[in-house]
Design a protein around this ligand. Structure first.
Ligand code: AMP
Ligand code: ZN
Length: 664
């Protein structure tokens, strides 16, 4: 097989696997096999730029950066929908329709109303060419680069499609995906996102598409514009599914408004079992010919109607406000409620976010409050029922001292949360740090769980994560619920963690804002812990994608004697504090001492791959042009300001090809 054929075969295979995994939810091969095939294809594509394909499955990983999202006029306007809230509303709508169409039978399709960000995708000859946000309905933003990273959106279609059409859908985050993102943020010491809808729509406007690729976004499709030959909305959904799009099978064809109402009632109850959020049902006249006759008002089609579910609210008594202390010392107030049934689950607690939120709503212990299940997994309090307030009640006084250790709390300017700064003496912070250290993505210590950490701490056997490495089987056996076997497993698990690679050890240390990705970047740039510990804030900021907040936090962490001591101890036990030989060997010194700025979009190589090449060959990547820049590597659509700056400073501007010859 020649190379071109090999590349094509791999691309087709990967497309098919991608479809099975992300659209059908039924993977055929393992993640590992999939990754191997992607790597093979990446290698071939890098070696053969002449076979570049803007819709290759390798582009799913992102890497290209969009500085300004271009405005694009929609060829077919994107309308809004009229809303209805009752049976009467729907019956009135049906009457209006019948008045225009005359006395003919009308069928309806019912679909769920997906709650995300609407998107219009243009396909030409079966390939995705453009993705545009709704904007004001007449024109939106071109977010093609970012949208290409969403795995369930086909870049190439399966047979039988029209030569050119627009398809509309909603970009969403599943509840699971959203919860996972938030867990990671909390683990990194960042504030969680508020709800899936805003997070999904915010994701589309991120500049770095690699960040978009890392989010578990999904896209559900519901209409087609500009295709001829289709007769009904139901057929539209079926065809879209055939061409490879993700179209929920929940849609139903109804012969009467009564049937529509059955669908609505059913989903009003069962929507809480769906993997994503829905805020209602969209009802459409099924026959496209009839749709055309009905036409549009100034803002919405006359042939469609959204039926909004009432967001479920209940009232209950707030017994007590308690305060949780996180690993980073952040304080979260929690409302402890009289248990109440809401949206299918019993609710006992609700998050109160922070002091401002409590003041704004004037929430007090003993109040009767209204609770709603919004986008968040944890329900929230939306208001107080003031008619039921006890006249003797007093405004809530936010705590001033840590409930766990008694230290006075601090609220830094610009931060919503209060913090306990007693990081070495505050129990939940101590155990929280150890629990982070042993977690799966960090040191992944088998045989040791969060509760055991608390037990070991309570028994005075550990005070920090370095102490784990001195635990003996004899010390552990006497503890509650511990037997010889489990004690041995624990000690063996700790021993095995000494092989965990440097970047994960760095993540495990629990430096605020140093998440998995940042830890990888830092490990790569500094190669060992001593170099990193010696780095100044200025030097750190010069590392690509390391911002001021991270740099400050890293320097602060290593400036503390107690942290340096712990690192020294961990080193003495044999943990990995530098990149392995294998990791280093992949690298050369060809670009040693040179600093590169990379700008624009490249033909044969992704931006991130290009940066990796620079770093692997001993060079540094910086984010802005300065007198210290050795070369500016210029791709298509490079920012004009970078060019001007480079020219004025006399920094040589080189092309992608010139760069590649430097490293080959
Ligand atoms: P609104 O923004 O409330 O006017 O509602 C209109 C929006 O609902 C459309 O722009 C779509 O983005 C969204 N939507 C979600 N699900 C559907 C669906 N099944 N059919 C049509 N529109 C939908
Ligand atoms: Zn404390």
């Amino acid at each position: 097989m020649d190379v071109k054929q090999k590349i094509e075969t791999l691309r087709n295979e990967l497309r098919e696997h991608n479809y099975s995994y992300y659209v059908l939810d039924a993977p055929v091969i393992s993640d590992y096999e999939f990754d191997m095939k992607i790597k093979e294809l990446q290698g071939l594509e890098a070696a053969h730029p002449e076979f570049h394909d803007p819709n290759s499955p390798t582009l799913r990983v992102g890497g290209a950066v969009t500085k300004n999202f271009e405005t694009v006029v929609h060829e077919h306007r994107m309308y809004s929908l009229d809303n209805s809230y009752s049976k009467d509303d729907l019956e009135d709508w049906e009457k209006r329709i019948q008045r225009i169409l005359g006395d003919v039978p009308v069928e309806f399709t019912c679909e769920l109303k997906y709650d995300g960000a609407s998107i219009s995708l243009t396909y030409e000859n079966g390939a995705l060419v453009k993705a545009v946000t709704r904007g004001d309905g007449f024109q939106g933003d071109d977010v093609t680069t970012n949208v290409k990273t969403i795995r369930s959106i086909p870049l190439k279609l399966k047979g039988g499609y029209p030569p050119k059409f627009d398809i509309r859908g909603e970009i969403i985050l599943t509840l699971k995906g959203f919860a996972k993102m938030n867990q990671e943020r909390i683990a990194n010491g960042e504030e969680p996102y508020m709800n899936p809808r805003n997070t999904a729509s915010g994701s589309l406007k991120l500049q770095d598409s690699a960040l978009v690729a890392a989010r578990p976004l999904d896209c559900l499709l519901y209409s087609i514009a500009g295709a001829s030959g289709l007769k009904t909305q139901f057929e539209v959904l079926e065809k879209a599914r055939e061409w490879g799009f993700k179209v929920p099978s929940i849609a139903k064809l109804c012969k009467s408004v009564d049937e529509v109402l059955q669908f609505v009632d059913y989903w009003d109850v069962h929507r809480h079992e769906l993997p994503y959020e829905t805020d209602g049902v969209v009802i459409k006249v099924n026959n496209l010919q009839q749709q055309e006759e009905l036409g549009y008002t100034a803002k919405a089609p006359r042939w469609a109607m959204a039926y909004k579910f009432k967001s479920e609210q209940v009232s209950t008594v707030l017994h007590e406000i308690t305060y949780q202390v996180g690993r980073t010392g952040a304080i979260t107030p929690v409302a402890n409620l009289e248990p109440v049934l809401l949206a299918g689950t019993t609710v006992k607690r609700a998050s109160l976010h922070n002091a401002d939120q409590i003041t704004k709503l004037d929430i007090r212990e003993g109040d009767t409050v209204f609770v709603e299940k919004g986008g968040e997994i944890i329900p929230k309090i939306i208001a107080v029922d003031f008619t039921k307030r006890n006249p003797d009640s007093e405004p809530t006084k936010y705590i001033e001292y840590c409930p766990e250790c008694g230290t006075e709390l601090i609220r830094k300017e610009g931060e919503a949360q209060h913090f306990c700064l007693n990081d070495m003496g505050c129990p939940p912070q101590i155990t929280g740090r150890i629990q982070h250290f042993i977690s799966r993505k960090a040191m992944d210590i088998e045989g040791l769980g969060g509760e055991t950490v608390e037990l070991l701490f309570k028994e005075g056997l550990i005070e920090n994560y370095a102490d784990l490495y001195e635990l003996t089987v004899e010390q552990i056996i006497p503890l509650e619920r511990m037997a010889e076997k489990s004690a041995e497993n624990l000690v063996n698990g700790v021993e095995a963690s000494k092989k965990i690679p440097f970047e994960r050890v760095l993540f495990a240390l629990g430096i605020r804002y140093v998440g998995e990705t940042v830890a990888k970047k830092l490990a790569k740039a500094y190669k060992n812990i001593d170099a990193l510990m010696a780095a100044s804030e200025e030097e750190l900021v010069a590392v690509d994608e390391i911002g001021g907040r991270i740099a400050e936090s890293v320097v602060q962490f290593f400036s503390e004697e107690k942290n340096r001591e712990i690192v020294e101890r961990l080193k003495s036990y044999g943990l990995q504090f530098s990149l392995s030989e294998a990791q280093l060997q992949n690298q050369s010194d060809a670009l040693k001492g040179q600093t590169f700025v990379v700008s624009g979009v490249f033909e044969s190589i992704g931006r991130n791959e290009l940066k990796k090449l620079i770093e692997d060959n001993g060079g540094k990547v910086a984010s802005s042009v300065s007198s210290k820049t050795s070369f500016l590597v210029a791709g298509d659509n490079m920012g004009p300001s970078k060019r001007t700056k480079a020219e004025s400073l006399g920094v040589p501007i080189i092309s992608e090809r010139e760069f590649l010859t430097m490293v080959s």
